[in-house]
Design a protein around this ligand. Structure first.
Ligand SMILES: Nc1ncnc2c1ncn2[C@@H]1O[C@H](COP(=O)(O)OP(=O)(O)O)[C@@H](O)[C@H]1O
Ligand SMILES: [Mg+2]
Length: 275
């Protein structure tokens, strides 16, 4: 299952305390942001720290509502969180007192409509999808970071969301584990066809995973460019990351993200005193 995501003219303003006084100011985190993620697409979103990446995912997930503009998933306005949208965070969010299997079963209980036996069957199916069949009865503290993140992905996929939102999910992992999980995730995406929005501040990760890479600028957060990634993954036995095409995309995105490329320093105009 998959769905299109459409953000149009989105604005997000936070009320924050001023640096010196106690007066409240408005901080414009996102402004005039347009982004469409096609049904079944794997889109990566890359941008400097603090540019508003997580803010965008919060809006798509329904954890927050925009100050202006519209956010739609599957043609419907997002009003609140729902199980049509799965979320995987950087921090491991498993329940420590439940096994890998029971963590997934618990999520399926929340979804409802499945018998206990069906929940178990489904949970095992998704543990298998992420290669953890043999670890079903392990508790989170008995799993490595990479395994915990795999369980979190399996959990999100188990309730078969139309959209999978991932906020720097591999950021805390070592380089090797991260590369393995990147490859697995692409495989999972091919098999499930779920629309994926994947946030990262790692350019290589963005190019490796994305069918398209959306590049953000900061203050206020906007989509600076959306780049089609055309890598012929089947054509080569060598690591796709060492091909000329890969370097080309990496350089293109790096150039867009250079300090001169993004509008830093403009932020003072974006902070208005609230009368
Ligand atoms: N609830 C909030 N209140 C005030 N400011 C916030 C809040 N959430 C995010 N911000 C600010 O909005 C900007 C974007 O934050 P965020 O979306 O987390 O960035 P990113 O994920 O790209 O690092 C940052 O400057 C951050 O400090
Ligand atoms: Mg973030």
């Amino acid at each position: 299952m998959s769905a299109e995501i459409e953000l149009s003219d989105v604005r997000q303003v936070f009320r924050v305390r001023g640096d010196e006084g106690r007066e409240v100011q408005e901080f414009v985190a996102l402004d005039g942001l347009d982004l469409t993620v096609r049904e079944g697409e794997f889109l990566t979103l890359v941008g400097p720290s603090g540019c508003g990446k997580s803010t965008i995912l919060d809006l798509i997930s329904g954890l927050s509502t925009p100050s202006g503009g519209s956010v739609k998933v599957g043609g419907r306005q997002v009003k609140e969180p729902g199980l049509d949208r799965g979320f995987v965070f950087q921090q491991y969010t498993l329940l420590p007192w439940r096994t890998a299997l029971a963590n997934i079963e618990f999520a399926l209980e929340a979804k409802g409509g499945l018998s206990k036996a069906k929940r178990r069957e489904r949970a095992l199916e998704y543990l298998d999808l992420v290669g953890l069949s043999d670890f079903a009865n392990r508790f989170p503290h008995e799993l490595s970071g990479g395994m915990k993140q795999r369980v979190a992905i399996a959990r999100s996929l188990s309730y078969e969301p139309e959209v999978l939102l991932m906020d720097e999910p591999f950021g805390a992992l070592d380089a090797q584990t991260r590369e393995r999980l990147q490859e697995e995730l692409v495989g999972i995406w091919r098999r499930t066809g779920t629309t994926i929005v994947f946030i990262t501040h790692d350019i290589e990760e963005a190019v490796f995973l994305g069918q398209r890479v959306a590049v953000m600028s900061s203050r206020p957060g906007r989509i600076e460019a959306v780049i089609d990634i055309e890598l012929d993954r089947a054509a080569t036995d060598e690591d796709i990351r060492s091909t000329a095409a890969f370097s080309h995309y990496r350089h293109q995105i790096w150039s867009l993200l250079r300090p001169e490329g993004v509008h830093r320093g403009a932020h003072l105009e974006e902070v208005h005193r609230v009368a």
